[in-house]
Design a protein around this ligand. Sequence first.
Ligand code: A3P
Length: 316
Amino acid sequence: QTTLNPTLNNDVEIHQNDLPKARFWEAMDITQWEGFWFGSGLLKPAITFKSSFQAQGDDVFLASTMKTGTTWLKSLSLCIMKNRDNFKHEHDMLTVENPHFHIPTIESTLYSTKPLTINIYDASTPRLLHTHLPYTVLPDSIKNSSCKIVYMARNPKDTLISMWHFFNSFLRQDQESFPLEKAVDCFCSGVHQYGPFLDHVLEYWTESQKRPCKVLFVKYEDMKSDPKGEVSRIAEFLGRPFGDEREVDEVLWRCSLERLKNLEVNKSGSILLNVPNTSYFRKGEVGDWKNYLTSDMADRIDQTIGLKLEAFGLFL
Ligand code: A3P
C-alpha cells in the first residue's frame, strides 16, 4: 500500500538537502520546492503525496492557502456531502469532532494527534480531502481525473492578519508577538508557509477559469456577503444541490463561526500537534486588517500583491 510516511523514501531526503531554506517568522524552518515555501516537516509528505497519490474520479478536494477560511469550507463541504442526512436524526458530525478531524489536510496528517476518521487511501467514497498545497504540486492523478476541487481564497491583508494572530496564539505569555512590520515584509516577498500567497491564489484562479467544471473558486468575502448564494453554488458544483431554502439556512447555521466556536469539541483539545482547536476560530470579519496595518504596510501589500490580483479582477 502506498504510504505517506516520507522516511521510507530516501530520494526525497537527498532531494531536500539541495533546496533553498529560510526561517519563517522565527517560528519554523521552511524549504522552497517548486517555487513555494513549505514547513520543513511538511515537505517530505508533500513530495511523497505528489509522486504517489492516486485520485479517484469521485474524490472532492478542498484547497486553500493558510487562514483563508479553510475551517469554514471544510464544515460546509462536510455538511453538503456527508452530514445533511444526519440532521433529521438530530446527529451532527460537527458536534462530535473539529472539522479538521473529519476532513484532514493531507500533508499534515502525519501530525495528527488522533487517529483520523479517514485513512486517505481507504476511505468510504466519495472521499473528502483537503490540501494547502499549491496547484502546481498536486499529483497528476488529481489534475487529470474527473475529481473536483473547491478553492477558498481571501483578500491578502485579512489573510496576513489572520495568520499573524494564528501564530501569535502559540506564543507563551512572556513571548512578544512577531513584529508585524517584518511579517508584512515576509508576506510581500512570498517567504512564508505555503507562500507566495499571490502565486497560490493565481494558480487556482487560472485553473478555475480554464476548467470551471473542475475547479470552483470561492472567495471568503463573497461567502460573508452572500452566504446563501455561495453555499448553494458550492453544493451545485459538488452535485448535491439543496432541496429548499430551509436546508441552506440549516447548513449555514450549523457552520456559523459563532456556533462552531462554542461547540464543546472546539473549545479544547487539538487535532494537529501544537495547534489548539480554539485557534481556528477568531473574529471572521472582512476588513479586520484596518485595525492592525498602518497605511504604509497596507500600501506595500497593495503594491506587491493587491494590484496584481486586481489585474485578474480579484479582490477589487
Ligand atoms: P480571522 O482570523 O480573520 O478571524 P482557516 O480556517 O483557513 O485557518 O482560516 C481562519 C479564519 O477563518 C479566521 O479568520 C477564523 O476566524 C475564520 N473562520 C473560522 N471558522 C469560520 C466560520 N465558520 N465562518 C467564518 N469564518 C470562520
